[in-house]
Each structure stands twice: as structure tokens, then as C-alpha cells.
Design a binder for this molecule. Structure first.
Ligand SMILES: Cc1cc2nc3c(=O)[nH]c(=O)nc-3n(C[C@H](O)[C@H](O)[C@H](O)COP(=O)(O)OP(=O)(O)OC[C@H]3O[C@@H](n4cnc5c(N)ncnc54)[C@H](O)[C@@H]3O)c2cc1C
Length: 442
């Protein structure tokens, strides 16, 4: 017979959401246990760009202590076609000095580990290499409340009046809890993007030369177009200190429908001369894949119940517009969940009514306001395949034609170039599609 271990809050998952919640709870003097299935926090994580506005509030001196690769002083949006490319590169001098526009390249295996050590230093207890199998429930009159977690292969019982579920995308514990507690799901089923990422090693000076960077500064580029064969999504390239993170995020259902393999898409992306020139001579160190919830606000269901709060990717809180922001939002939701749990402890009330302070604060935050703008993202996705395919080639074709050297008056060159670029486009449908696409800009 095992022991019954009682604490004030249990957090499931040591990603940015769970660790920020744990940090805030511990900092405010609450006893908190974080359960993480990986051998260490971040072991299973991949993402590359960290927007740090929430982190800066939680740990103001993080920039001098966290394992950050490079601040992003330069960004790029590129269109790839079989014949050519166009690339919009932009930056600002102020992005090269504190607070570096709050945009960093990080390796999550290192960053999450560091955040876990911060939470531990604040007083949280971390149980790594432990999988939460299910939640513990208790019937109280007509209501069922969550009272703890059951850890796989563990005889001890872990109990707390509040459990924060931060298990990331496609969380099985969250799914089971929703069913058992009858929590309402979103108006539409959740949909996912598949993220694939490779890490390539290159000397720092080569990276700086290839991207035209000042020593120590970084770049982040996003690419759409022909390698992705009309799928909704695109590729990315981020600079670490002595590594490049190269990957793609594409809508899973589109890929399945089109019967395309993720490996082939990734190989096609890397083989494009605009991409291969960055990784040339590099050594592939590692790669991985993960799902990302991309259904937008309509796929977000009820996030609190008696004794339970759901945060981060497990709650579907990802901004899948061109900003593609997940970690920062995970941290914000983790912090708000902690604040609601702290308030519940002060009142001694762990009911859904009390914990729904979390949903209220979330609704008032920039996170939900941004997410609300993506309420038609699924419908926008329907028109995307055509636009993703056509826009890059028409736009880069237009630029190539505009600058082609022929013995013709420039005015005629322009006329022909625009006629060619617009050829065969149904005007009304195109304007409508572009209007819907605007939704993706958030
Ligand atoms: C390829 C890729 C690139 C991305 N790029 C970016 C980017 O550039 N910028 C950005 O902001 N976001 C990016 N994201 C999204 C970002 O990674 C997520 O939004 C963010 O990690 C969500 O944080 P989280 O804490 O909610 O979940 P996660 O980071 O997924 O953490 C969940 C944790 O819970 C643990 N866990 C799961 N189940 C259990 C269980 N039963 N018991 C115990 N532990 C469990 C997992 O091991 C994991 O450590 C990217 C994602 C991918 C896949």
C-alpha cells in the first residue's frame, strides 16, 4: 500500500505552460508538484522562436540567465516557386539591443530545463520521468470533482484540490477528463498542424555571413510556395548560435487528403536552392515532429471544472496566423491558471465557479483577443490551397517580368507584366479569397 501525498496544486506537464504556472504558484508560497513524463523538462520539445513578453514579466532578468541562442534582429518572408523566389527581409536597429523585440531563438530542450530549474528554485517539486495516467475523481452530491492524479506504476496517490493540465497538444488525460466530467467541447473539433524540425550544425561565422548578421544577432525566416504543393502551411529557418533550425508546419488533414508524405515535402523544401544554400556543409544533428492545435477559438471548449484547469496547447491556445505563437501564450495561460488557483486557495473554494476566474482573465487578455480574430480560420483554410499555390508564382513572376531587360518602353513592360500576372483570375473570387486570407494575418 502506497502513501497518500497531499499538496496544494498538481501540474501535469513541464512545458512552458506548466512551468510558468508552477513558478508563479511556488513564488506565491503554494506547494506545487509538477509531473513530467520526459526524462527531463523539454526532452520532447522542439519549437524555435520564443516571444518573451510574458516571461519578462515572470522572470524580469531572464535574458541574462536563460539559455537563449540569439535575439532575432532580422526577419524574412519568402515565396518559393520552381523558377524563382522573392524574399522580403526586414529588421530594425532597436531589435539588436535590449529587449530585442522580445523575440529569441531557443532550443526548448535547454530552455524548458532552465525554466524547470527556476520553478524548482522558487519552491516547486518536479517529478520527471513520471507519466500521469489519469485524474483522480471524487463524487460530491451531484457533482464530480478532480482531487489528484494517478501516476503510472506508482503506488503513492498524489492529491491536490486543484490540478492544472498542461500536457500539450493531443493530451490524452485532458481528453478523458473532458469526457468523464462532461465538459463542453468547442463548436468545431480541434484540427492540427504537423510540425517537423531539423537541427543543423554550422560555425557561428558561417551563419552570420550567410544571413548577413552582426556577430551575436539572429534571423528568422518563413517560407511558403512550391515545396509545399498547395498545402496550408510553410517552412521556417531560424539561426541558433552554432546551429540552424530548419522545418515546416503544414495542416495535417490537407496533407492526408493530398496523400503527400511529410518526408517528401521536407526533402523538397531543403532541395530548393534558396534553402539549401543556408545549410550547405552543415551536419544534421537531430530531428523531430510534433502536432500543433490550429483550430482557433471555435475549437476551444470549456477550460475549468471543479478542481481542474486546462492550459496551453492542451487547451488549444495557439495563434496559428502568420505570427504562429504558441509558447508565449502557453506561458500566459499558465500564469493566469496559477493566479486563479491562488485565489481559490485564499477563498477555500475550488469549484468550477471559483476557478472560472481563469477563463474570465483569459477572455480579457491579448491572447483571447488575438485568437478571436481567427474565428473563421477553418473556413479560410478551405480557400488556401489555391492561394498558396498561385500567389507565390504569380507574385514572383510579376516581379521577374517587371525587371526583365527587353527593348520595349517601360510602360508597355509594366502593362504586359500585370496582364500576365492577373491572367485567368476570376476577379470577384480572388478578392473574396484574399479577404478571407486576411484572417490568417490575425
Ligand atoms: C515544430 C514546431 C515548431 C514550433 N515553433 C514555435 C515557435 O516558433 N514559436 C512558438 O511560440 N511556438 C512554436 N511552436 C508551438 C509551441 O511549441 C507550443 O505552443 C508550446 O510548446 C505549448 O506549450 P505547452 O506547455 O502547452 O505544451 P508542451 O510544450 O507540449 O509541454 C507539454 C509537456 O507535458 C508533458 N506531458 C504530456 N503528457 C503527459 C502526461 N500524461 N504526464 C506527464 N507529462 C506529460 C510533455 O512531455 C511535455 O513536456 C512550435 C511547435 C512545433 C511542434
Amino acid at each position: 500500500m502506497g502513501e497518500e501525498i497531499e499538496t496544494q496544486v498538481i501540474v501535469v506537464g513541464a512545458g512552458p505552460a506548466g512551468l510558468t504556472a508552477a513558478h508563479r504558484l511556488a513564488r506565491e508560497g503554494l506547494e506545487v508538484i509538477v509531473v513530467e513524463r520526459g526524462p527531463y523538462a523539454g526532452a520532447k520539445n522542439l519549437s524555435g522562436l520564443l516571444y518573451s513578453t510574458v516571461l519578462a514579466q515572470e522572470i524580469p532578468d531572464f535574458a541574462s540567465r536563460a539559455p537563449l541562442e540569439r535575439p532575432v534582429s532580422q526577419r524574412g518572408i519568402g515565396l518559393l516557386t520552381p523558377e524563382g523566389f522573392s524574399l522580403l527581409c526586414f529588421g530594425s536597429r532597436k531589435w539588436s539591443s535590449p529587449p530585442y523585440n522580445h523575440t529569441w531563438v531557443v532550443y526548448r530542450a535547454q530552455f524548458d530545463r532552465w525554466l524547470a530549474s527556476e520553478a524548482e528554485a522558487a519552491g516547486a517539486t518536479l517529478l520527471e520521468g513520471s507519466v500521469v495516467e489519469d485524474l483522480l475523481y471524487q463524487e460530491e452530491g451531484s457533482r464530480t470533482k478532480v482531487v489528484g492524479v494517478q501516476i503510472r506504476g506508482e503506488e503513492d496517490t498524489f492529491k491536490a484540490p486543484v490540478v492544472i493540465l498542461a500536457e500539450g497538444a493531443v493530451g490524452l488525460v485532458s481528453e478523458r477528463a473532458r469526457g468523464r466530467l462532461g465538459m463542453s467541447s468547442g463548436q468545431i473539433p480541434q484540427s492540427y498542424g504537423l510540425g517537423i524540425k531539423e537541427i543543423w550544425a554550422l560555425p557561428a561565422s558561417t551563419i552570420e555571413d550567410r544571413f548577413g548578421l552582426e556577430p551575436g544577432c539572429g534571423a528568422a525566416m518563413e517560407w511558403v510556395g512550391s515545396p509545399f504543393q498547395g498545402l496550408v502551411g510553410g517552412g521556417f529557418l531560424y539561426t541558433g548560435k552554432e546551429t540552424l533550425a530548419l522545418g515546416m508546419i503544414v495542416k495535417l488533414e490537407n496533407m492526408k487528403k493530398a496523400k503527400l508524405s511529410p518526408q517528401d515535402l521536407m526533402e523538397g523544401f531543403k532541395a530548393n536552392p534558396q534553402i539549401s544554400r543556408y545549410i550547405k556543409g552543415g551536419e544534421l544533428l537531430e530531428y523531430g515532429a510534433h502536432l500543433i492545435p490550429e483550430g482557433g477559438p471555435k475549437a476551444v471548449g470549456q477550460l475549468c471544472h471543479h478542481g481542474l484547469i486546462i492550459v496551453g496547447d492542451a487547451a488549444g491556445l495557439v495563434n496559428a496566423s502568420i505570427y504562429h505563437e504558441g509558447s508565449n501564450l502557453a506561458m500566459l495561460s499558465g500564469r493566469l491558471a496559477a493566479e486563479a488557483a491562488i485565489q481559490a486557495h485564499l477563498l477555500g473554494d475550488f469549484s468550477r465557479g471559483s476557478l472560472s476566474l481563469y477563463e474570465k482573465m483569459l477572455g480579457e487578455s491579448f491572447l483571447m483577443k488575438d485568437l478571436q480574430r481567427l474565428k473563421n480560420i477553418e473556413r479560410a483554410h478551405l480557400v488556401f490551397p489555391r492561394l498558396m499555390d498561385e500567389l507565390p508564382s504569380r507574385f514572383t513572376g510579376l516581379l521577374a517580368d517587371l525587371f526583365e531587360q527587353v527593348q520595349m518602353p517601360k510602360q508597355e513592360i509594366r502593362k504586359h507584366a500585370f496582364q500576365k500576372a492577373l491572367e485567368g483570375l476570376p476577379k470577384f473570387k480572388t478578392v473574396l479569397d484574399l479577404w478571407k486570407m486576411r484572417r490568417m494575418l490575425g
